[in-house]
Design a protein around this ligand. Structure first.
Ligand code: 2IP
Ligand code: CA
Ligand code: CA
Length: 351
């Protein structure tokens, strides 16, 4: 299990390096921003975009995973398709070749920086500190979901120097999760936050495999009960109202960023009534949240989200269409039941 966890961590770091390689004074407005077409787009946005960084970061993460575990081939899925600006993006055999491919889409300086990042042979420092007593895992029963860059809108604004005060580059995350193909349960997760603390970055991982629950992170103090519930800025105000008496309702950009805050106990819960997240948003964070004793349920059905949905060309098949309710820990059963109960009352009255 340690090797597959290492592979997920390194894959996320390689994607993180690609995202970071776009940040330089000489590359403003040059990310090659392409509008997603109808089947690909998220209903949360009037227009939904992807950048060359999203596509390249996903290719890098995928390549890292499949080169170390060839048996994962065909079972590594992600948000992006590899085509952008009429070109299929892939890692060529050398930095120069990849730079050449990218420079047909972006300026040569940026193409070179991205290619160097994409070819880095990443060994994340955290990998020296992983537990060595983890159980064996049947990799041939694993599937992977990748969100190479979560909060792309904030990423674009951050790179262009037009970020809003509450949604800068810090809310960008790389999300990678492994699930059991036989059951659909999330089992290993990584959340990488490349731009945290002025670009120092931080990374969280978690494992929930049978009875084994382990998690780890960079320098984080886990607070006690935070009394905070997170919601999207676009959430129904009536749902916010239902919780206002007992909780502080906060909004934060990025689904991955909100799930990260739940995972590390900065928030009790993240509640989303709409179908604007996908399996790649929740799979990695879900494994970490489960490792910490919490869970992610469907807002509509109260059933835990499952990840072994059959392959399909229709992106909507992978949407968490019933919304989500992510809870940090069910150690305090009463708090969890209270959150669930308020949600069900609100749902019946408001929706
Ligand atoms: C988005 C992104 C948005 C989020 C949306 C996700 O993913 O995280 O920020 O909306 O649900 O699907 P919100 O910020 O309101 O939570 P991506 O950037 O990968 O498309
Ligand atoms: Ca994304
Ligand atoms: Ca996302």
């Amino acid at each position: 299990m340690t090797e597959i966890l290492q592979a997920l961590i390194d894959a996320s770091e390689r994607a993180a390096l690609v995202a970071k390689s776009c940040c330089s004074d000489d590359c403003q407005d040059d990310l090659l921003i392409a509008e997603k077409c109808e089947g690909e787009a998220n209903a949360r946005f009037e227009k939904d975009y992807k950048t060359i960084a999203d596509v390249l970061a996903q290719e890098c993460a995928k390549t890292t995973l499949i080169s170390r575990f060839p048996e994962l081939s065909g079972h590594v899925r992600g948000e992006e398709c590899c085509e952008i600006g009429g070109k299929a993006i892939k890692l060529e055999s050398s930095v120069d070749e990849t730079a050449k491919l990218l420079s047909s889409l972006v300026q040569p300086n940026l193409a070179k920086r991205m290619a160097v990042a994409a070819h880095s042979d990443v060994k994340h420092q955290l990998c020296n500190r992983l537990p060595t007593d983890l159980p064996d895992v049947d990799v041939s029963d694993l599937g992977i979901w990748i969100d190479p860059i979560d909060a792309t809108a904030e990423f674009i604004a951050g790179v262009n120097g037009t970020a809003a005060s509450d949604g800068g580059l810090e809310c960008v995350t790389v999300l990678i999760g492994a699930y059991k193909r036989s059951t659909g349960e999330p089992v290993i997760g990584v959340i990488n936050q490349p731009f945290y603390d002025g670009g120092k970055g931080r990374l969280f991982w978690g494992i929930c495999y049978g009875d084994i629950k382990k998690w780890g992170e960079h320098n984080v103090e886990i607070p006690g009960s935070s009394g905070v519930i997170l919601m999207s800025a676009a959430e129904d105000p009536q749902l916010k109202k239902a919780y206002e008496d007992k909780f502080e309702i906060k909004s934060a950009a990025g689904a991955g960023n909100k799930l990260l805050k739940v995972a590390i106990g900065e928030a009790e819960a993240y509640i989303l009534s709409k179908g604007t997240t996908f399996l790649w948003d929740t799979c990695g964070p879900h494994a970490i949240i489960k490792a910490r004793g919490g869970d992610i349920l469907s807002f509509n059905t109260d059933q835990p989200i499952k990840y072994n949905i059959p392959h399909s060309d229709d992106t909507q098949q992978f949407c968490n269409s019933g919304g989500i309710l992510a809870c940090s820990h069910d150690n305090d059963q009463n708090e969890f039941k209270y959150i669930l109960n308020v949600k069900n009352v609100a749902k019946n009255q408001l929706f």
